[in-house]
Design a protein. Sequence first.
Lengths: 276, 275
Amino acid sequence: MVNLRSLLFISFVGISLVLMIVTVNLQIPDYAKIIFLAIALFVDILAASTRYYSYLFIPLTKIKNGTIVLDTEEPFYLSPSGNALIVREGNEVYATAFIKIPVYKSATEMNDEEKVDFARLFSRIVSLSRTPFKISTQMYLINKDDYIAKIRDRLNLIEEQYQKALVDKSTTTGAMERLKGEVTMWHNLLESIGRIQSHALLNYATVTALGTTEEEATALVNQQADEIAAGIGAILGVTAPLMTGEEILLVTQPDFTIPFSTVSESIRQKTVSEGL
Amino acid sequence: MDEETIIYLGFTGMVALLGIFFSGGYGTLSIVAIALCVATIVFIIVMNYADFILFPVFTIILGIKTEAAKNYMIPKNQNCIIKNVNGLYYATGYLTANVYNFVFAAERVEEGEDAKLAAGPDKWERIVMNVKFPFKFHVISYANEIQSYREELEGKRGFLEFQLSKEMQASSPNQLTIDDFQRRINIIQSRIERLSSGERPVGSVMYIESIAVGVSEKAAMDALTTQIDQLQTVFNSMDLSINRVVGRELNILFKFGFKLPTTASELEGLFNVQK
């Protein structure tokens, strides 16, 4: 099958070759021949560059404000069932499934023999499938966005009560002290939550299948994922479930790996502490 | 070097060589013609092996950014991909993580293999404990067909044995060359023995990914560079060959986050796969 890359390569090599042969036989001054030769060789370099950069040739012709636009769409979307990512490229549809690999062992609890066995188990996992698949370990920030939001809401509420109490003559000194103390407490809690970033580790496998329709690709990838999950389960003695929805986004989207509120609170505190 | 690369290099190189062949047609400027053709051949070879240097130079000089997808931008120095989410910038960078050192060491010193395997989980946990920012370690792998891989190895061994015997029969044999051939034959032999013991041949690509966040593109990129430097230091203990990914491979690794190659040949066409 002739694809765009092969087509570009053959065209550029052909143009370069024809230009070179024709130039030699033309009755023109030598310096003009050299210019034509330089053009032919430039086209030859373009032909060589199609090996890796054919995807840039068409976008380069539409360059705007110094930006090459490869794609303006979202890179993927979740399948309706929520257990696969769908990527469309022309008439082809790719579906990618993610399998969680729960590992409950730690090297600190193993003797040397167990460590060697564990390393060998890993070697067996990587040779599970003849289709390329990916085994990944991800360290990510634990999402405290909801927790931080609740603390902020509570802090705002108490601060509002405290401001009202300040102008209200009937408020007793004891009640004022209690509200002030509560405001300080929520402030301290928000600060300590934002200051410490908690991390977690997740192991997962990824596999992609190609289909002509979304349904076909999803069905194929689910079948492959089930086979890999069964293999992982048999080797490690764990249940390896398919990941869905937000779990998939956690391993594919940077703003899920580093949750927005959790990190913005931490950046705010860092900025305040540096006096910026 | 894969077959496709040989075809691309071969044809484009031949066109430039043809220019040298026709150089007589350029009269007094034939030397200039030869120089241009030689320069083209050199450039094509350099481009094939060091495009990760040439491509960023090209984009930096022309100030070209690349929009890889909606909200994902590759800056002109081509060393990370940036996502903008409500004014926060997430920069993602990649490192290659090849274990060639380990493979060759294991094949040369058989008795050291268990000790290396036992040290692996410990080293990994120490790395995880010392890294205080998000990162991912990826291994893309696939099992090869045993029979064809064995035949390929036997073919390579036969060719090396032929070269070795030719060197040994030479009028003045070079001991260093003989040693090198013997070492390479031993490596292939040990691979064949591992296949005989039931081990499946595997092709793999390994890389590390890290994400940094900042209130501006520059802040995120600077934080990422610091993280990448730190990862290079901590992963040194694993005997890995680590390099920061720049240029076209960055876009490929970005896509690997949500779509993998579906065949081994597709993967081998994109990267030098370790076998």
